[in-house]
Ligand binder design. Structure first.
Ligand code: O2Y
Ligand code: MN
Length: 604
């Protein structure tokens, strides 16, 4: 056992208490050094759980258990005192009961393993917007991922001092080892019905058991930076959002920052690392997933990216779709559930080239590409991931670690909407913008258990799986933020839709780097110099020549992309009124109902 490298009595007592409960063979405090990272990688390679990647320096590949491949929403809980506090869109569980159940599972669960203590900072260490967490885990895979995704180690403990505040995050893979037993090179985890991803918002604490994967186990990300932080943000008057952050520089050298929220599968990582096609424009990455925002002394909203890395979806990432992501993963990267090539590289579906010969697929079996077989199981799991350092990203902005944050000029909301929603429209004021955020969603393309093809799966503010409290109160929090602020200094709010199709099913907009044309209009609107906008019943929109046309987009296409589909919007409002807003019952802010009614009136 190592002695604690801190004088923080409460922290030492907590680590001792957890060690007594979970009975690990050893306790190791993470100092965040390269040596510690390298030692852990060696341990993982030697045990056979990780594979080396000769083609990518400092990079390794993991194959998870087939049952442990993604966030498990039905095993993710908000353990608040009352069900009402968690709200209708979260899995509520009684905290007293859950603590009893989970304490039973934790008893002896680290036998045969090492308990790692990870002091981490979400945000640059010492930033007034950052928060400190301490994750206890028995997974060296989690430790090395946390070392990329957050700022870990001695500097965090120094900043914490003897009595600083931290968020305790307890994690175990839930697979104790008997004397002499090993994992035999396999990914350890517990069966689904023993997995718990639990947030205790009143205690500001996180307990996770049974999964080693992604958001279930890297507790700084979704559990702390969104579920717990959203509760802290509500109580303390700031915003913890599921948003990327961009820095945009126009040809005259003027800078604006934009934060954007999209449900999954809307190209969020691609937008975060966009390469603009518009000559003279520069788009840089501040963050790809989460934004924490507080008001500065000047009355503006400042955002930090609380993370230090990217945990990106691999399949679909290619030099065409996201060259900056591809460059970010050339070295120092952890891959999970990608396929392995014979020469020690990774491969996945839509990586931009055919599989180079025989592969080992994500399940560890030999796999040879059969392009004639549309039913062939994929070589990489669809949720395969890369964990890469933000500092290795060529588009990372020079100010991405500014402890004061970056001033936000605009919020974008969006979803995958083949019809009705135009390429872009702008809110007329803050509450109208909150209304836009509250109706975010994507049309579903494959029948799901609960919804049929063509219906809209709403994911307000892209926060549905990540808000740690009642979503109706969350809408109210956004409205209150606007009420307290100087309206002239608030970010302007926009709704974008890169996914419009013609009646024949052809894409109307090419997306990717061409989205910079839309960002340029947003930039001009924030600057008050666009002069290319019109008021419409749904909000402010560009004139048809307000957005320069990419190759292949005709003037007629542009007119369609920027028109108001009155009948479509009437159906949209009926869907919101019937299927969406009633979910929040009396917690739906009256301001949102008023926005809905006012929009209906404007549509005539
Ligand atoms: O599947 C997981 O565990 C990860 S989910 C994720 C990862 C990175 C960024 N966003 C997400 C998400 O679900 O929004
Ligand atoms: Mn996300």
């Amino acid at each position: 056992m190592t002695t604690a490298p801190t004088k923080h009595k409460k922290l030492i007592a907590w680590v001792d208490e957890i060690a007594a409960l979970t009975t690990p063979d050893a306790v190791e405090w993470c100092d965040g050094s390269q040596k510690q990272y390298d030692d852990l990688v060696k341990l993982l390679l030697d045990s056979g759980v990780a594979k080396p990647l000769a083609k990518r320096p400092g990079s390794i590949l993991f194959r998870s258990d087939p049952s442990d491949v993604a966030r498990v929403e039905n095993r993710t809980y908000i353990a608040a005192k009352t069900k009402e506090a968690a709200g209708p869109t979260n899995n509520w569980i009684d905290p007293v009961e859950l603590k009893k159940t989970m304490s039973g599972l934790y008893a002896g669960c680290m036998k045969g393993r090492t308990l790692y203590v990870i002091p981490f900072s979400m945000g640059p260490v010492g930033s007034p917007i950052a928060k400190i967490g301490i994750e206890i885990t028995d997974s060296p895979y989690v430790v090395i991922n946390m070392m990329i995704m957050t700022r870990v180690g001695t500097k965090v403990l120094e900043h914490l001092g003897a009595d600083g505040e931290y968020i305790p995050c307890l994690h175990s893979v839930g697979k104790p080892l008997q004397p002499g037993e090993s994992d035999h090179g396999l990914w350890p985890c517990a069966p689904l019905d023993k997995k718990y991803i639990a947030q205790f918002p009143e205690d500001r604490a996180i307990w996770s058991y049974g999964s080693g994967y992604g958001g279930n186990a890297l507790l700084g990300k979704k559990c702390l930076a969104l579920r717990i932080a959203s509760v802290m943000a509500r109580d303390e008057g700031w915003l913890a959002e599921h948003m990327l952050i961009l820095k945009i520089t126009n040809p005259e050298g003027k800078v604006k920052h934009v934060a954007a929220a999209f449900p999954s599968a809307c190209g969020k990582t691609n937008l975060a690392m966009l390469v603009p096609t518009l000559p003279g424009w520069k788009v840089e990455t501040v963050g790809d997933d989460i934004a924490w925002m507080k008001f500065g002394a000047d009355g503006r909203l400042y955002a930090i990216n609380p993370e230090a890395g990217f945990f990106g979806v691999a399949p679909g990432t290619s030099m065409d779709s996201n060259p900056n992501a591809m460059h970010s993963i050339e070295k120092d990267t952890i891959f999970t559930n990608a396929a392995l090539t014979e020469d020690g590289d990774i491969w996945w579906e839509q990586i931009g080239y055919d599989a180079p010969g025989k592969l080992i697929d994500w399940k560890g079996n030999e796999w040879v590409q059969d392009k004639g077989n549309k039913q062939q199981a994929p070589a990489a799991h669809p949720n395969a991931r890369f964990t890469a350092k933000a500092s290795n990203c060529p588009s990372i902005a020079d100010n991405w670690e500014d402890p004061a944050g970056v001033p936000i000029d605009a919020f974008l909301f969006g979803g995958r909407r083949p019809s009705t929603i135009p390429l872009i429209h702008q809110a007329t004021d803050w509450v109208h913008g909150v209304f836009m955020g509250s109706i975010v969603g994507s049309e579903i393309t494959a029948a799901a258990l609960d919804l049929k093809v063509g219906t809209v799966r709403r994911d307000p503010f892209a926060m549905l799986p990540f808000c740690g409290y009642h979503m109706g109160e969350y809408f109210q929090h956004w409205i209150n933020i606007g009420k307290k602020a100087d309206a002239t200094k608030l970010p302007k709010i926009f709704f974008v839709n890169w996914f419009r199709k013609t009646a024949e099913g052809k894409w109307l907009w090419p997306g990717y780097g061409e989205n910079s044309r839309v960002l340029a209009w947003v930039f001009g609107q924030c600057d008050g110099v666009s002069g290319k906008s019109v008021e419409t019943p749904i909000g402010i929109m560009p004139t048809v020549d307000g957005i320069s046309r990419p190759d292949g987009v005709s003037e007629a296409d542009m007119k369609e992309l920027l028109s108001v589909d009155v009948d479509g919007w009437k159906k949209e409002l009926a869907d919101i009124e019937t299927n969406h807003y009633p979910i929040f019952k009396d917690k739906l802010p009256k301001e949102l109902k008023e926005e809905l009614d006012a929009l209906r009136k404007r549509l005539g």
